[in-house]
Design a protein around this ligand. Structure first.
Ligand SMILES: CC(C)(COP(=O)(O)OP(=O)(O)OC[C@H]1O[C@@H](n2cnc3c(N)ncnc32)[C@H](O)[C@@H]1OP(=O)(O)O)[C@@H](O)C(=O)NCCC(=O)NCCS
Length: 181
């Protein structure tokens, strides 16, 4: 990772989501992303083959869900073959808990789990000033582009092993349900 592990936020724990959390996660996503319908995106992502329940994580404080992150299996497609990867989307923290380290805790915990499970590459579309602290770099200069019209600088990728990105180029084709988010 780009920077040393930071202290966790006091009283906040990270664990995989369970169905009993789904209502609280919807409420959190509506609050964090309103008016974008990211809550429906997450519910649809759970129905795709790329959904990995162990990599959909909640941050919990005093029994309440205060943050959520999802890592979904995707492929980087190219003429010479496809490369498996994970994509980080979405990441959300309850407005009253933002800017206190919970988003970083969720991202770092999830990336460590991805690495432990054996995944080698994680992509993200997001704030270009937020994700570099976890080691993400701009993907387009490396030859990795992404569907969905967003700013070029928002397209980022992270190799979880030193050689993970060697020779990898192509197009990250996100599930079409991202079109509706
Ligand atoms: C973006 C988000 C996930 C970050 O989580 P967080 O717990 O607030 O962030 P952390 O405490 O780990 O990190 C704080 C740093 O993140 C950056 N940051 C936080 N919100 C940001 C935003 N909306 N845009 C850009 N950078 C942001 C800042 O650098 C901040 O540092 P500062 O407080 O010293 O300025 C959270 O603010 C959120 O849910 N926002 C609304 C939904 C969203 O935009 N999700 C991201 C989709 S890519």
């Amino acid at each position: 990772m780009a920077e040393p592990e930071k202290a966790n936020v006091v009283g906040v724990t990270i664990r995989p989501e369970i169905p009993a959390d789904f209502g609280a996660i919807r409420e959190l996503l509506v609050l964090a992303f309103s008016p974008e319908d990211v809550a429906t995106l997450v519910e649809n992502l759970r129905k795709t083959p790329g959904y990995v329940p162990d990599l959909a994580l909640v941050a919990v404080h005093d029994g309440a869900v205060i943050g959520h992150v999802m890592f979904t299996q995707i492929e980087i497609e190219s003429d010479s073959g496809n490369t498996p990867a994970m994509t980080l989307a979405p990441l959300a923290v309850h407005p009253t808990w933002q800017r206190q380290g919970v988003g970083s805790m969720l991202a770092r915990h999830g990336l460590q789990l991805c690495h432990q499970i054996g995944h080698r590459i994680v992509t993200v579309i997001g704030h270009s000033t937020y994700y570099p602290k976890f080691g993400f770099v701009q993907s387009v200069p490396l030859g990795i582009n992404m569907t969905h019209a967003r700013l070029e600088e928002s397209k980022m990728v992270l190799g979880l092993t030193p050689d993970a990105l060697d020779g990898v180029t192509g197009m990250v084709r996100l599930p079409s349900i991202f079109d509706e988010a």
